[in-house]
Design a binder for this molecule. Structure first.
Ligand SMILES: [Mg+2]
Length: 403
């Protein structure tokens, strides 16, 4: 998608010098201006999709995903509502996007620009410390992709050179997973590990000692590939449920592959029905029956996150991976063990906030994997209010020089 118009190298020879900047929470920078997959803002002053979907101009019942054109309509609507709520009369006319995925964040940015006609700029970060520092700038799309998060400092300078004002008329959209938290290429493997641990805990609680982890891993890795998207919908909930079913032996792996080969298994809904028939004839444990019924009901309701039990375990495992290491742990070990806040993203957000920009975190992460249920709230804070270490390189001086 990105048309490389220019490739620039910068700061050659400078090694990455990351430091621990202490502890903080996402909410220290963004407050409750956080919106997850269900498009129901955590800031209750902002109406959500359920009550205001028609005002956003959304057509269907389905919740749009980040790369869908309709997502941009919702995002722009939220930005304007947030501007109204903070009582700033200036009309929004600029959009900045900071993310880690061209396909999701880059697409959402392009859609927002097209839909609004606003000026804008997008930063896509993915650290590759073994490669020399480099950025790729797509001048036409206004997308700046860098292999160092510290390049956010240079990006801010570039954005100002493009004639953007970065003031009250600017909305800044920051991605959470692998951007503000668990920076891609630096710390994102801990996010994946926490999710996997959530899956395994769910499987343990449903299957007990019968859980075959090796088979699960093998089948999960295979079915996670793009050629099975017709069945999994590229949805981690669907995939986890399918692998659970295979692990119970209710439907055998080979049997399923044969049905796929014959093209008689065409989608996830069909798979769920197949499991239902099979349970009827062969029976199943009570624990599995509960999961199956909950998933089946959610799928019928059009819920994109049907495997609630898995997402609750993922939430617990995620917050358990935040800020749990002692403060004097070496930076490398913190990046290995903890999901950390990205210092560069936090400093940039703070600087933009001080200039009057409107800050908004938009994430495709399921709400169930990000916030506790009412019963869990006494034990766990929501993800954005959970403290963890701030790790990265400071760009504060570079930013200060720009003002
Ligand atoms: Mg992301």
């Amino acid at each position: 998608m990105i048309d490389v118009a220019m490739r620039v190298s910068f700061r050659t020879e400078t090694p990455i010098m990351m430091k621990n900047f202490g502890r903080a929470r996402l909410s220290d920078y963004f407050g409750d201006s956080v919106i997850y997959r269900n498009l129901e803002p955590l800031d209750k002053r902002l109406p959500g999709l359920k009550t205001a979907g028609y005002k956003m101009g959304l057509s269907g019942e389905q919740i749009p995903r980040k790369l869908d054109a309709e997502y941009a309509k919702a995002a722009l609507w939220f930005a304007q509502e947030a501007q109204r709520v903070r009582k700033v009369t200036a009309a929004l006319g600029e959009v900045l996007m900071v993310g880690d995925t061209l396909l999701n964040d880059g697409r959402a940015f392009e859609n927002m620009r097209r839909e609004s006609g606003w000026q804008g700029a997008c930063f896509i970060g993915s650290e590759r410390p073994a490669d020399p520092p480099a950025v790729e700038i797509d001048e036409q799309a206004h997308i700046y992709a860098a292999n160092r998060w510290v390049a956010l400092g240079d990006w801010a300078k570039w954005v100002l050179q493009q004639g953007l004002h970065l003031d009250e008329r600017t909305v800044v959209v920051v991605d959470i997973d692998k951007t503000a938290l668990g920076a891609k290429g630096r710390n994102d493997q801990v996010i994946d590990r926490a999710r996997l641990q959530g899956i395994y805990r769910t499987m343990d609680s449903v299957m007990g000692r019968d859980f075959n982890r090796r088979a699960f891993e093998e089948q999960y890795n295979e079915l996670n590939r793009a050629r099975y998207h017709f069945l999994t919908g590229d949805n981690q909930d669907y995939l986890a449920y399918i692998c659970l079913v295979l692990n119970t032996g209710l439907i055998k792996y080979d049997e399923m592959l044969q049905e796929i080969e014959k093209k008689s298994l065409e989608n996830f809904e069909q798979f769920v029905r197949w499991v239902g028939y099979r349970m009827h004839s062969t029976g199943a444990t009570e624990a599995f029956r509960q999961v199956h019924e909950a998933v089946g009901n959610s799928v019928r309701m059009g819920d994109p996150t049907p495997f609630k039990r898995f997402r609750r375990e993922e939430f617990i495992s995620t917050v358990e991976h935040m800020g749990h290491m002692p403060d004097d742990t070496p930076v490398e070990a913190l990046l290995e063990e903890e999901i950390t806040l990205t210092q560069e993203v936090c400093e940039l957000s703070q600087w933009l906030g001080e200039r009057g920009c409107l800050l908004l975190c938009l994430s495709d992460k399921p709400d169930e994997a990000s916030c506790p249920t009412p019963q869990m709230a006494a034990r766990y804070a929501p993800l954005h209010k959970t403290e963890t270490h701030l790790i990265g390189e400071s760009i504060r001086d570079e930013l200060r020089a720009l003002t």
